[in-house]
Design a protein around this ligand. Structure first.
Ligand code: GLN
Length: 354
């Protein structure tokens, strides 16, 4: 019998012992995915007609995005992917990079040292606010720009190229493919990033950043300029949902014991100044970026990747937020849906329903 590996229409590799078996497997996967594909199609068709919001233009290169673009992707912890719309359209990761860099810094230094440089408290302020904690001089959390710049300062490497390499390799492990920095966006960011530069200087003044703070700023601009698509974001989310192991490549992107720190900071601070309402209404750890990307994580279940560049006044993708709200409601994905949480623990008790 011949051993065959085939790639299905979603790019998933399927193995079997004969081509007949493969056809059967592909057929089964297709029919299993059909209902969820219909849900995404319906969601997309309704939301793509919504042109509310504005494309960010404070980084000039971002303004070139198309307001029509809208992509949705889901990736389960066992590596099944269902996607719809512009899920292959590239955009820069921007602030979606921040929790992942926080994870890299924790891996490099341990939690205590990282927390001595950056807090974990929501700000209630805009992502680019120039505010530090008055007592500790720390930026409030790693999801605002100041905190992310302080976090980039912590990424280890013998020199700058090695630090950039480690950062790019980390994102590649999460995406399950080699990723690259968009040089035009990177240049656009560093040319116009005066506010971020001011924050770095302020933190250096308070000794919250090392003498290499300018290098850290460059690294921050680079991390924001990594090119991804909605498909990639779903795989990154699924990797976190899967305890840090990429479900497609089976390569570890982060130690499992550190995943909870990323998810909890995403839950409390991931959606800018909408984070509280997001946790309340959607209840899924998530992070958005100014290019219009959102990554959301349902632990143990799946990752969600979204892209649509029209942003609301808080800076979150309008269509992306609405899509997550609907998915959360429809499939009871809220972290505090008591039925789902209860059923797991109650399996361990000899509990009889009355
Ligand atoms: N690179 C952007 C900035 O520093 C990232 C901000 C964001 O996505 N919120 O302003």
């Amino acid at each position: 019998m011949v051993h065959v590996t085939q790639v299905d229409e979603r790019g998933c590799a399927v193995s079997g012992d004969s081509s007949q078996e493969i056809d059967m497997l592909l057929g089964r996967m297709k029919s299993a995915a059909a209902p969820i594909r219909d849900v995404l199609k319906d969601l997309h068709t309704r939301l793509v007609a919504n042109y509310e919001g504005r494309i960010a233009d404070y980084i000039p290169e971002l303004a070139t995005a198309s307001p029509d673009s809208f992509g949705i992707a889901l990736c389960t912890t066992d590596g099944q992917i269902v996607e719809y719309g512009d899920y292959k359209t590239s955009f820069t990761i921007q602030s979606v990079s921040k929790p992942f860099m926080f994870g890299l810094a924790i891996g490099d230094h341990g939690l205590d040292h990282v927390l001595s440089k950056v807090g974990v408290e929501p700000t209630g302020e805009a992502f680019n606010s120039i505010v530090l904690d008055e007592v500790s001089n720390r930026p409030y959390n790693p999801m605002v720009n100041s905190g992310a710049i302080a976090t980039a300062d912590l990424v280890k490497g013998k020199d700058y190229p090695e630090r950039v390499k480690r950062m790019v390799e980390m994102f590649s492990r999460y995406c399950g493919r080699e990723v690259f920095v968009d040089n035009t966006v990177f240049m656009s960011e560093r040319m116009t990033g005066h506010r971020n530069r001011a924050m770095a200087h302020l933190m250096r003044n308070f000794d919250m950043m090392s003498e290499k703070f300018e290098e850290a700023l460059e690294l921050y601009f680079q991390q924001c300029s990594i090119l991804v698509n909605a498909h990639d974001l779903s795989v990154m989310g699924a990797t976190l949902a899967n305890g840090g192991l990429n479900p497609l490549t089976k390569i570890r992107a982060i130690e499992s014991e550190n995943v909870k720190y990323l998810l909890s900071i995403m839950m409390s601070c991931g959606m800018y100044d909408y984070a509280g309402e997001w946790a309340f209404r959607v209840g899924i750890p998530a992070k958005s970026g100014v290019a219009g990307g959102i990554v959301a994580v349902v632990p143990g279940v799946l990752g969600i990747g979204l892209y649509s560049p029209l942003l609301d006044i808080k800076g979150n993708s309008v269509r992306g937020v609405k899509a997550c709200q609907e998915l959360s409601q429809k499939f009871s994905l809220h972290a505090f849906e008591s039925s789902a949480a209860a059923s797991k623990i109650l399996e361990l008790f000899s509990f009889k329903k009355r």
